[in-house]
Design a protein around this ligand. Structure first.
Ligand code: G3D
Ligand code: MG
Length: 193
């Protein structure tokens, strides 16, 4: 799959948005996906915005805009303009922190509920699988109520450990496949019109 993915990405960088509560592991995921170029880094009070280009493996050529919105609820509305028009959303959760999964669910459904995000493929990294007590895929899927997102939003939950990199490439591959599938469906719909 790497070949076709790289070919597409080389011509048409995908725009991904990575979201998640603070300390879910977003930064660690990004380092693991091997980026070689900081396009922009804007550390601000309470949150970070980073635009990077991924360089490794399946993610080669992907442009990724990352929002690390932290615990600052009043800043989370900023996720909206940055998820608009994205080809895919990567949502990272800490699979051990059951309490904050509830907060993660609320924020995720807020993002997925925006009209502009209807149908945008969603990859959930159920991160920190190396830690004892980490919740499994089905538990995370249930707690995030992904079934309530509706049939228009394709999603995949990938168990991952950002420290070792386990599961990351598999997750990105699934996301890529969902994006391609969606593009094909949109094209077919246009043709029929
Ligand atoms: P964020 O960018 O979403 O805020 P970070 O999260 O990537 O900064 O990660 C927050 C903390 O979780 C870091 O630890 C990081 O090392 C740890 N972490 C990230 N992914 C994993 C994982 O898969 N397994 C384990 N065990 N830890 C992980 P510190 O100690 O630096 O706060
Ligand atoms: Mg971070």
């Amino acid at each position: 799959m790497g070949g076709s993915f790289s070919a597409l990405a080389a011509f048409q960088p995908l725009h991904l948005v990575m979201l998640g509560l603070d300390s879910a592991g977003k930064t660690t995921v990004l380092y693991r996906l091997r980026f070689n170029e900081f396009v922009n880094t804007v550390p601000t009070i309470g949150f970070n915005a980073e635009r990077i280009r991924l360089s490794g493996g399946a993610a080669r050529g992907l442009s990724c805009h990352v929002w690390d919105a932290g615990g600052q609820e009043k800043l989370r509305p900023l996720w909206k303009p940055y998820s608009r028009g994205a080809d895919g959303v990567v949502y990272v959760v800490d699979s051990v922190d059951a309490e904050r999964l509830e907060e993660a669910r609320v924020e995720l459904h807020r993002i997925a509920g925006f009209a502009e995000n209807q149908g945008t493929p969603l990859l959930v990294f159920a991160n920190k699988q190396d830690l004892p007590g980490s919740l499994g895929v089905e538990e995370v899927e249930g707690r995030l109520a992904l079934g309530d997102l509706g049939p228009a939003t394709p999603y995949h939950v990938q168990p991952a450990c950002a420290i070792t990199g386990e599961g990351l490439d598999e997750g990105m591959e699934q996301l890529y496949e969902m994006i391609v599938k969606r593009r094909k469906a949109v094209k077919q719909r246009k043709r029929r019109q």
